[in-house]
Ligand binder design. Structure first.
Ligand code: SF4
Length: 87
């Protein structure tokens, strides 16, 4: 099997797996330009949790567990929401 064929086949299988396991969450909003990224958090144009600070201030990286980092102004409150949802 050619390398490109194998890659495409894995991608198709992965997409099929995702579709069969859970509903996809479709992001709305404008895709940020990698050439001219927006101010603040680079994801704010598509993030449903975006607030005013996200539009203007770049979030800083924080170590959330040993060796794992995240940069989000609202990560702790969102983490609590995800935990509640999971339980
Ligand atoms: S900082 Fe967090 S909540 Fe704000 S836009 Fe970025 S990812 Fe979303």
């Amino acid at each position: 099997m050619a390398y490109s064929t194998a890659c495409i086949s894995v991608s198709a299988e992965t997409i099929q797996h995702i579709l069969s396991e859970k509903e996809l969450h479709i992001l709305e909003g404008d895709i940020p330009s990698p050439v001219n990224p927006p101010d603040g958090c680079k994801f704010h144009t598509r993030c449903e949790h975006c607030t005013e600070i996200c539009r203007h201030v770049v979030p800083t990286w924080e170590e959330v567990s040993p060796g794992h980092y995240a940069a989000c102004h609202h990560m702790y409150e969102l983490q609590d929401k995800w935990k509640e949802k999971k339980d």
